[in-house]
Design a protein around this ligand. Structure first.
Ligand code: PGA
Length: 255
């Protein structure tokens, strides 16, 4: 069974006090029930936010990491450093990192491998640009991103991976994909993994949708069989709005 997951990607937002206030208020308002919730603050807040998250049963995620264990890599953060802080998840290959920090599928693949070496679960982000979508290439782009990032991995690791389908045009734009668009992408991702590894492995992988998700549209995504949760940016910055989203999601996953 795939446990539904909703992850907050705070990007480069919040001071440490704002982050702490958020966790207290969110924990008071949210009734996550069967849903696993994850908060991904900036690196500098991982220790403080992690401590509060543990008290409230919220999981901790990082937004990025380097693949080397240690060494002369000024400004970078390694997988064991994250592990040491109690981090469970790490977002890898977000489209903002692909765009502003020139992350390629090959580089992303190294990060995915490094995450597993240190028992961190990668939330691998994939998704097409508007131009690729208009050229009818969305599905091929997604399949290529997934297969390069996961190539050479042990199947027992792949099955623990979380993949976030995040169409670039939907991120921060207020223009979310439709539930069925996300479902179709989810299906393509699962088929790709099935062909690379096995159907059994593919069935275990959790697939999220990301891109302008909010309390009003979350249920559209969760109704899709292939979508197991969401990666949320804008709507995760305010505790009330994120709690509303999680509570609305909880209604959709109750069977
Ligand atoms: P958004 O961001 O919810 O603000 O569109 C999602 C993301 O970038 O992960």
């Amino acid at each position: 069974m795939r446990i539904p997951l909703i992850a907050a990607n705070w990007k480069m937002h919040k001071t440490v006090n704002e982050a702490a206030e958020f966790v207290h208020r969110f924990a008071m308002l949210a009734a996550a029930g069967d849903i696993e919730t994850v908060i991904c603050p900036a690196f500098v807040h991982l220790a403080a936010v992690g401590e509060l998250c543990r008290k409230h049963g919220i999981r901790l995620g990082a937004q990025n990491m380097f693949w080397e264990t240690a060494g002369a890599f000024t400004g970078e953060v390694s997988p064991p450093m994250l592990k040491d802080l109690g981090v469970d998840y790490v977002i890898i290959g977000h489209s903002e990192r692909r765009e502003h920090f020139a992350e390629t599928d090959q580089l992303i693949s190294r990060k995915v491998k490094a995450a597993f070496q240190f028992d961190l679960v990668p939330i691998l982000c994939v998704g097409e640009t508007l131009q690729q979508r208009q050229a009818n290439k969305a599905m091929d782009v997604i399949a290529e991103q997934v297969s390069t990032a996961l190539s050479g991995l042990d199947p027992s690791r792949v099955r623990r991976t979380v993949i976030a389908y995040e169409p670039v045009w939907a991120i921060g734009s207020g223009l979310a994909a439709t539930g069925s668009d996300a479902g179709a992408a989810g299906e393509r991702i699962r088929t790709t993994i099935g062909e690379m590894f096995s159907l059994k492995v593919a069935r275990d992988v959790r697939i999220l949708y990301g891109g302008s998700v909010n309390a009003e549209n979350i249920q559209d995504f969760l109704r899709e069989t292939e979508i197991d949760g969401a990666l949320v940016g804008g709507a995760s910055l305010d505790a009330d709005s994120f709690a509303r989203l999680v509570n609305s999601a909880q209604k959709a996953v109750v069977v």
